[in-house]
Design a protein around this ligand. Structure first.
Ligand code: DGL
Length: 270
């Protein structure tokens, strides 16, 4: 069997990236690890995120993956430079908040950015922000608790917390809309947030564009691995293996609901 591509996140958020990867690379096999037993990452110290990222990368490398996608903005910001140094030769792809695409599409030049506290405080994010100086005004909003609420909702179906947090955080960023002086674009800088897209759209109205990096990461993965688009019956759909360090049910329900994946979930105990 062809080697799989490893994908990991602090929890179920990276499924938004896996969805884009599957759409772009339908014949590839994927191993997804949700570190739900040690989430959320965004409000923990950088040391915790680095330790966990190292452990998961180690596990995925032991599974002989041919590439590894860090489907977590927080882990990418805290650890990708260390992991690249420690695993020279491993194709390691990270995610970062989509400031550049947002600046290209914004008409008002004012852009909201939702991300974890840890991502926004990182040197990597600061460098990204500096690289966009003069392109647009970015209004940064740390969203404490939102990834956790999304994680929790997968199992319980409880949406009221998510809706209340989305309302609180978007109103803290000022006015949204297509008119001058308002933000017409919102960057979803955490891979959990696309799963709150419908609530955010309802709050902000049709004049605001929500941007995430899932599709761009999938395209980058294709390019890096130089995968061409095979066609024809000899190419069967790739297999997806799901693992978690937390409750199996959370990942199982989320994978079924968001990606239509019925598969079993394996438990990891490191
Ligand atoms: N999904 C992760 C990200 O993209 C973080 C969520 C968390 O706080 O654990 O940043």
């Amino acid at each position: 069997m062809d080697r799989a591509i490893g994908v990991f996140d602090s929890g179920i958020g990276g499924l938004s990236v896996l969805k884009a990867l599957r759409a772009e690379l339908p014949h590839e096999h994927f191993i997804y690890v949700a570190d739900s037993g040690h989430a959320p990452y965004g409000e923990r110290g950088v040391a915790h995120v680095r330790t966990r990222s190292r452990a998961i990368v180690q596990y995925l490398v032991s599974q002989n993956v041919k590439a590894l996608v860090m489907a977590c903005n927080t882990a990418t910001a805290a650890a990708i430079h260390l992991l690249r140094a420690e695993h020279a030769g491993l194709a390691l792809i990270g995610v970062e908040p989509a400031l550049k695409p947002a600046a290209l599409i914004s008409q008002t030049g004012r852009i909201g950015v939702m991300a974890t506290r840890s991502t926004l405080a990182s040197a990597k994010f600061r460098a990204l922000l500096d690289s966009q100086a003069g392109q647009a005004t970015f209004v940064l909003q740390p969203c404490d608790g939102l990834a956790h609420a999304i994680e929790h909702s997968a199992e319980t179906g409880e949406m009221s917390k998510i809706i209340a947090m989305c309302a609180r955080y978007t109103s803290a960023m000022g006015n949204f809309g297509p008119e001058k002086d308002k933000s017409d674009t919102l960057v979803l800088g955490c891979t959990h947030y696309p799963f709150a897209r419908k609530h955010l759209c309802a709050l902000l109205g049709p004049g605001v564009t929500l941007v995430d990096n899932g599709a761009a990461v999938a395209l980058q993965t294709r390019r890096l691995l130089q995968i061409r688009s095979p066609t024809g019956p000899e190419h069967s759909p790739g297999q997806i293996s799901l693992f978690t360090t937390g409750p199996a049910q959370t990942l199982q329900v989320a994978a079924r609901r968001w990606l239509g994946l019925p598969g079993p979930v394996g438990l990891l105990s490191f």
